[in-house]
Design a protein around this ligand. Structure first.
Ligand SMILES: [Zn+2]
Length: 229
């Protein structure tokens, strides 16, 4: 028996999903994790949870956040290591690595564990389409159900079709915030995409399609059995 980290089982998926704000990567990551029975790790959600519970890590994140409310790369890497370090199955990382430094830290960490990513999937959506999604996004303030204007609801003044509650637009959905986050994505995350392209790990998916079509394309590139015929 080896004392080093056990090699992963055949067919284990160790994935990274990358996409711009509003690209739909969060919901695709969740769906993919469910289909493969692997861990979905959204670093943003984990960090927010630590901060809410005021854990030692959460307090450290809060203390070291910069003006853009970003947690330093070292601490984000620590969060990832603590979440998947003792986890022997596959995983899909969502929201990480978002900087080139994080990508390099992840590689070093994986090297030490004699492990490697199996694929990096980039959801590509034109900026104008993302903008349109942000503008048309509506959420129920009571039950949290997300809608898009023009689908089941046509106005934010309507009652929620799910629970009859009041609809509203998410505070972080305003277009100014979108432009700021998109600018950050171009500046810090696009180099991460190039980094993985040079490693030969990158797979690109047309994220402008309907969610089901995007998912089917992901299934195909990972050689998975289709969910629907
Ligand atoms: Zn509702």
């Amino acid at each position: 028996m080896s004392l080093s980290a056990p090699p992963s089982e055949t067919g284990d998926h160790r994935l990274v999903l990358i996409g711009a704000p509003a690209s739909g990567k969060g919901s695709q990551a969740k769906r993919l994790a469910k289909k493969l029975g692997i861990r979905h790790l959204s670093t943003g959600a984990v960090i927010r949870d630590h901060m809410r519970r005021k854990t030692e890590l959460g307090e450290r994140c809060r203390d070291t956040m910069n003006e853009a409310r970003l947690v330093p790369d070292e601490i984000v890497m620590e969060v990832v290591a603590s979440e998947i370090g003792n986890h022997h199955g596959g995983y899909v990382l969502d929201g990480f690595p978002r900087t080139l430094q994080q990508a390099e830290m992840l590689d070093d960490w994986l090297d030490q564990r004699v492990s490697a990513l199996t694929a990096v999937i980039s959801l590509e959506v034109p900026k104008e389409d993302l903008e349109q999604r942000v503008l048309s996004r509506v959420v129920c303030l009571d039950c949290g159900y997300p809608f898009r204007l023009g689908e089941r609801v046509t106005s934010v003044d309507q009652a929620c079709p799910e629970c009859g509650g009041q609809l509203g637009q998410r505070a972080d959905d305003n277009i100014g915030m979108f432009h700021q986050r998109y600018g950050e994505f171009e500046a810090v995350t696009v180099p991460v995409i190039d980094y993985y392209r040079r490693q030969g790990l990158l797979q690109t998916v047309d994220g402008g399609q309907l969610p089901d079509e995007v998912f089917t394309e992901i299934e195909n590139l990972l050689d998975l059995q289709p969910s629907r015929s």
